[in-house]
Ligand binder design. Structure first.
Ligand code: HH2
Length: 270
């Protein structure tokens, strides 16, 4: 099983590979396993440190995908990638059956947008020996953007993530990455506070992953449909890394790798 290589001062890039027909910005882009494998190798060549493969869209309003369909989308891609990647791969799923099958097929981490709130997901991660990405979400994708409410968004997200990390550690999972879940049951103000104050989550002592790529809050601030949100994505990644993010999860790996080389070099010169 491959491990993520953290180097102080270097922001890692997680490349997004959605093998779905309906993801909010790249749905249907890689419709066959061969196309998805070619894209995975391209993202690695562009400088990704990690690949996140997902077979279920979690865009606001989306409904769950049946297990068999998610297996059909994800497993052939993982199997075809065996021996062809130098970097680790995470599987973006909240289904314990798929998480375990995906690790058996070659995934190194399990990325759960429901934050391992299902005890079966914790058990699956523990049994498989994979690392985990634990994300915060208020509600569920179908309804999460209807009316998100917090008294103290950063404090509540931090408490949630700390609790999940404790539960995962108690079950024997040791490689844990935390994620505030930008856009998952959050208003513009909630998203901005979480990015600006990411250091408070980092203080829990785990690496932090930030997923801002092409998301709606960027369109709200700067205009544009998802493919036109690259400059806003880079701005949010640079700000997030300065605030404490260790990993940024992005669609545009080549562009974000270049941006982070510059941003990381400037931070190192402090
Ligand atoms: N965002 C999305 C999906 N999975 N996982 C983590 N850990 N963090 C995130 O911010 C995150 C995530 C949504 O983005 P995308 O995969 O591009 O879209 P979709 O859910 O429509 O497939």
């Amino acid at each position: 099983m491959k491990k993520l290589q953290f180097t102080p001062g270097r922001t890692l890039i997680c490349g997004i590979l959605n093998v779905t027909p309906d993801s909010f910005s790249d749905g249907g882009s890689w419709p066959s396993a061969e196309a998805a494998v070619a894209r995975a190798l391209e993202l690695q060549a562009q400088g990704a440190d990690l690949l996140d493969i997902g077979g279920e869209s979690s865009r606001p309003g989306s409904a769950p995908v049946p297990l068999e369909e998610e297996k059909r989308r994800v497993l052939p891609v993982l199997e075809a990638l065996t021996g062809r990647l130098k970097i680790p791969v995470s599987v973006d799923t909240c289904k314990p059956e798929l998480a375990e099958l995906a690790v058996r097929a070659g995934a190194d981490l399990v990325n759960d947008i429901t934050g391992f709130t299902d005890p079966a997901m914790i058990a699956a991660a523990a049994r498989s020996g994979a690392g985990v990405v634990v994300m915060h979400m208020q509600g569920e994708p179908r309804t999460m953007q209807a009316a998100p409410v917090y008294k103290d968004v950063v404090g509540e997200v931090k408490d949630f993530l700390a609790g999940r990390a404790d539960a995962l550690r108690a079950a024997g999972v040791s490689d844990i990455i935390l994620d505030p879940g930008i856009g998952f049951g959050k208003t513009l103000e909630h998203n901005l506070a979480l990015i600006a104050r990411l250091g408070e989550l980092r203080a829990l002592g785990f690496p932090v992953l930030l997923g801002v790529s092409r998301k709606k809050f960027i369109g709200t601030l700067a205009g544009g449909e998802p493919p036109e949100r690259l400059s806003g994505t880079i701005a949010a990644c640079v700000a997030g890394a300065a605030a404490g993010a260790d990993i940024i999860r992005v669609h545009d790996v080549a562009e974000c790798r270049k941006a982070m080389l510059v941003a990381d070099a400037i931070r190192a010169a402090k």
